[in-house]
Write a protein that binds this ligand. Structure first.
Ligand SMILES: [Zn+2]
Length: 331
């Protein structure tokens, strides 16, 4: 065999090994070529569609609630299998007139009757992830799984919480459910074996990582790193984008100018254990992330407010006594 032939043969073997070790050849591809509507400083005079839909591929849809409709501007995900579809999160707006979410989701399901059954699940139970649930409850062929821990464990097949992994079979498309408590006690992430997409909810997103239980969050970050060690990841998709391209945080804003991309990568998931491990328990900036324990910050602010109030009352009483003394001396 010539040198060139040997080199070609070696290249083929190396590529085959790489494909086998990562499994990338099996992933169904999609596109993240999308510009998300940025909302507005003046939503009244600049109305925008309540929901934006991006077709990642014919069976995978990313829905984004407009920042003008809700400053949370959450991302929701619709995955279509052969036997049923899965909606991850229902967003921050309950009112079907302001946010016709169920209507939009149903319109995206493969056409004709009978319609594909739909299962509605959540990354966690915070209101900006489940406010649209009511729109789905009365629909035929739709199951809404409640977001509390017991429902998540029993319906998503996670007997051994938080170390077990659940599975949802959509028909030729299996979604793994990985417990990720820390931001919320019943938080889960989802991994789509078909596309390699990892749906991280509020566990990991470009912006604030709100951590209510640091130890649980650290264990979750390590659990996820172990889970993805042998699995291909195409993109990591969280539930919000809270950063601009230059790293500024959109604090509760209806306007997201120059928003940075939604998608994070495998390396970002792998870096998370160290980032959470370095969290001081109150507030810190690490890399692009702002890590916060909102409960502790609120508690601290509450204690500060009480101390301030106590000092003001003490000063007023001291002043009152002095004035009274002055009056009685005058008498
Ligand atoms: Zn949350």
């Amino acid at each position: 065999m010539s040198d060139r032939g040997r080199r070609l043969g070696l290249t083929v073997v190396l590529v085959a090994c790489a494909v086998l070790s990562t499994g990338h050849a099996q992933l169904v591809p999609g596109t993240m070529d999308v510009h998300w509507n940025s909302g507005s400083e003046d939503c009244v005079n600049n109305p925008q569609p309540a929901i934006q839909v991006h077709r990642y591929n014919p069976q995978t849809f990313i829905l984004r609630q407009n920042p003008c409709a809700t400053y949370e501007a959450p991302f929701l995900y619709l995955l279509v299998g052969k036997n049923r579809a899965l909606l991850i999160d229902t967003g921050a707006v309950a009112d079907a007139k302001a946010m016709p979410l169920a209507e939009k989701v149903i319109s995206l399901l493969p056409g004709g009757e009978p319609r594909l059954p739909l299962m509605v699940v959540h990354t966690h139970g915070h209101l900006d992830h489940r406010s649209g649930d009511e729109q789905f409850r009365s629909l035929p062929n739709v199951e809404v799984v409640a977001a509390d821990l017991e429902s998540v464990k029993s319906r998503l097949g996670i007997a051994d919480w938080p170390d077990g992994i659940g599975q949802i079979d959509l028909g030729d498309r299996v979604i793994d459910v990985i417990p990720t408590p820390g931001h919320h006690r019943a938080h889960v992430a989802y991994y789509d074996r078909q596309t390699g997409l990892f749906f991280s909810g509020d566990f990991l997103l470009p912006g604030r990582l709100l951590i209510e239980d640091r130890e649980a969050a650290l264990a979750s970050a390590r659990r996820v790193a172990a889970f993805i060690a042998e699995r291909p990841i195409s993109h990591v998709l969280g539930a919000h984008v809270e950063l601009s391209e230059s790293g500024d945080v959109f604090w509760g804003s209806t306007w997201h100018p120059r928003e940075r991309p939604l998608q994070l990568a495998r390396k970002d998931l792998l870096a998370l254990p160290e980032i959470v491990n370095g969290f001081n328990g109150f507030y810190s900036r690490r890399g692009i992330y702002v890590l916060m324990n909102q409960n502790r910050i609120l508690l601290l602010l509450g204690v500060g407010a009480l101390l301030l109030l106590g000092t003001v009352v003490w000063l007023i009483r001291a002043l009152w006594r002095r004035l009274r003394r002055g009056v009685s001396h005058g008498v």
